[in-house]
Ligand binder design. Structure first.
Ligand code: ADP
Length: 683
């Protein structure tokens, strides 16, 4: 999906870029061709101008030459008529001939000597000059235009235009010479607007420049016979061409023409730079417009691309958000299913549990319950819902729900529908759900268990009593027999009777212990506590157990005189505890050892009575179990030491019931010290 969007946006961008490029190419292509057209048009216009100028110049030149020719013809006729009497200066002054374009008008006689002139002169031979000699040698029948020459008399550049003067028979009579100022032409050329780099050149078939306008230079007499213009003019007569000057490196548009009826040529040229001036204005205008259009297109494309990019990003974001949303929804669905499965599992467990499981609010109002709850309380589900636990467990104090903490609430009285009460063992868990305290109560009907326990206790007590009565009789009888009341027994019989007597003692002890345990467990061990003097209790304990110790060759001694305090105890049960601790200490001592009773104050209101021995000590793994019923470190102890493993558990129950604590310290191989801490009776 995201890939699709990406591709789409890439295509859009590619398309837009291509479109922009095409548009730019079109703009610049059309600009280029338009400018090319404009350039060609400008060149063609300039070329046409050059051609027109050339034509104009040709006309002007022809007229000038005709003027000069006419002057030559006039003076020729006058010379033929008047000879040396011809007053040429006066003739010229008369204005018949246009003197402003003519430097000098003169006559050369048939020997080639200058004989007449409108300017002051002296007779000079000019027969060596080409423009004279050509007429002396041949009759051209037309005006001869010389190369520019520096006049010997006038010291001015001039074009000598000469015409042969013939006698009536056609023989050579002289030459009429009309000197034309080449700068006359130059001045005319300058008047023509050929632009800054325009040139005009008049040259003869000999390749010599007769007149020119070439920028600043108006020099004449140069040889251009090697130039391309000259060659083209000689070959074609008239035409156009482009040429680049080797002098100034400028390209020009030339138009050349042969001057009608004269061996002269005119070449007019317009500088390419000048020709292109109108084009350049247009060029810069077009380029500026194209540039503006391009920038606009680029800016527009950039803007559109940015928009496409933004669009793509937002599309991607939307897609990503959609994907995340559907993943989330999928996850939620999965979790919902899992939750439902686990809730179903839990519901099955709860519904099928043997115990009643009830949830209440913090006031004890029932919010939910399982099937067992209905059975235990003999209620229909309708009557259970919304009831308060108080109605089901009246002994749980009203208003105690807010104070109810998690844990075992113990055995309380449950009331079934109909008012029948029964023992209920109940456990509570406090949970915090959606800002509210809730209770989960697990309740078990222990009617049956109680019944069994009672039966058990009855059995034990019956059996114990039933056993104790005959045992007392057996023990008494055996005691009498062993004591020799019935006569002296043979040694073997005496030993057997003694063994039987000892065993009845052990059996009596065991039955007593069992009865105590049963009483303790059923809560029927009643103590008669009263303030007793500690020293008296301790001394009695030492003395009473001394005989037992003596049989094991162990002595019992007081470590220190007991502090003179009173303790609130059942004296008989206290002595039972002391007897148990002392007998254990003696049993686990080696013959000859002493068992020490140490008493010390633990503070102003507590006293410790410790019984220490140097026996084997209590092993590490046995320490946790030592106060449990029937717990013995070594299974052989029953036989070897004659115990049942009940003494310490009974002692602990008695001490605890008297508000004291029992404990011990022991080091393997060094001995043990069992202690009883009791509260001191005040006053
Ligand atoms: P028992 O009648 O077997 O002595 P007790 O409950 O008095 O029963 O003691 C439990 C066990 O604790 C004993 O069997 C013995 O293994 C161990 N025990 C008790 N006192 C001592 C002691 N002073 N030194 C070593 N072991 C002892």
């Amino acid at each position: 999906m995201e890939l699709l969007a990406k591709n789409r946006s890439r295509d859009a961008r590619l398309g837009l870029s291509l479109f922009s490029l095409l548009l730019l190419a079109y703009i610049w292509g059309s600009t280029y061709y338009q400018l090319l057209d404009a350039k060609n048009e400008a060149i063609q216009t300039a070329q046409k101008d050059a051609r027109n100028y050339a034509r104009t110049i040709e006309e002007h030149t022809i007229r000038t030459l005709q003027t000069a020719d006419q002057a030559a013809l006039f003076v020729s006729e006058h010379y033929l008529e008047l000879g040396l009497r011809f007053d040429l200066p006066a003739y010229m002054k008369s204005g018949i001939i246009l003197g402003d374009i003519l430097n000098q008008v003169s006559i050369v006689d048939q020997r080639g000597d200058l004989v007449l002139s409108n300017l002051p002169m002296k007779k000079t031979s000019l027969s060596d000059r080409e423009h004279i000699r050509v007429h002396m040698e041949t009759d051209l029948g037309q005006l001869f235009v010389s190369k520019p020459v520096l006049g010997r008399i006038s010291q001015k550049w001039s074009l000598q235009m000469t015409r042969r003067i013939n006698n009536a028979n056609g023989s050579f009579h002289g030459v009429a010479v009309v000197s034309v100022d080449p700068f006359y032409f130059s001045r005319f050329y300058e008047e023509i607007n050929l632009g800054k780099h325009g040139t005009v050149t008049m040259f003869g078939e000999d390749g010599i420049v007769r007149a020119r306008r070439d920028g600043k230079s108006a020099e004449v007499g140069q040889d251009v016979s090697k130039g391309v213009i000259f060659r083209a003019a000689l070959a074609n007569g008239s035409g156009d061409m482009r040429s680049t000057s080797i002098v100034d490196g400028k390209e020009r548009l030339f138009s050349y023409r042969k001057i009608r009826n004269y061996p002269l040529y005119i070449a007019a040229a317009i500088g390419m730079e000048d020709a292109l001036v109108p084009y350049q204005t247009r060029e810069s205008e077009s380029l500026r417009l194209s540039l503006i259009a391009s920038l606009l297109i680029l800016a527009f494309s950039a803007f559109v691309l940015a928009m496409v990019g933004r669009l793509q990003r937002s599309e991607q974001h939307a897609l990503a958000a959609n994907a995340a949303k559907s993943t989330l929804l999928h996850d939620v669905e999965l979790q919902k299913n899992e939750l439902k499965a686990s809730s179903d599992r839990l519901d099955t467990i709860v519904q099928n549990a043997a115990d009643a499981i009830i949830t209440t609010n913090d006031r004890g109002d029932i919010e939910s319950f399982n099937h067992s709850a209905e059975i235990i309380f003999a209620c229909s589900s309708e009557s259970l819902l919304g009831r308060n636990m108080q109605q089901l467990t009246p002994t749980l104090q009203a208003g105690s729900w807010q104070l109810l903490e998690a844990g075992v609430l113990g055995v309380v009285e449950g009331v079934r529908q109909g008012g029948q009460s029964f023992p209920l063992e109940i456990t509570a868990s406090k949970v915090h759900v959606l800002g509210q305290d809730k209770f989960i109560l697990i309740a078990r009907d222990i009617t049956e268990r109680k019944k069994v326990e009672r039966l058990q206790q009855e059995f034990v007590s019956t059996v114990s009593h039933e056993l104790r009565t005959p045992l007392t009789a057996i023990r008494g009888s055996l005691g009498l027999v062993a004591g020799g009341v019935t006569g002296v027994l043979p040694p073997q019989a005496a030993a057997l009777v003694k063994m039987a007597y000892t065993n009845t003692e052990r059996l009596t002890q065991l039955i007593n212990d069992l009865l105590d345990v049963q009483k303790l467990e059923s809560g029927f061990l009643s103590l008669t506590q009263e303030a007793c003097s500690l020293p008296a209790l301790i001394i009695e304990a030492r003395d009473v157990n001394q005989a037992f110790a003596a049989r094991l060759a162990v002595s019992i001694a007081l470590h220190n005189p007991p502090p003179d305090v009173f303790v609130n105890v059942d004296a008989g049960r206290f002595q039972q505890v002391m007897a148990n601790l002392l007998s254990n200490a003696c049993k686990y001592s080696s013959p000859g050892d002493s068992v020490i009773i140490e008493t010390k104050l633990l503070g102003p209101d507590r006293v410790r009575i410790a019984v220490g021995d140097n026996g084997p000590g209590i092993s590490e793994e046995f320490r946790d179990r030592i106060f449990q019923k029937f717990a013995q470190q070594d299974a052989s102890d029953t036989k070897a030491k004659g115990g049942s493993g009940l003494g310490l558990s009974i002692s602990k129950a008695i001490v605890n019931q008297m508000g004291g604590e029992i404990g011990y310290h022991s080091t393997i191989g060094e001995g043990s010290s069992f202690y009883v801490d009791l509260p001191i009776q005040a006053g």
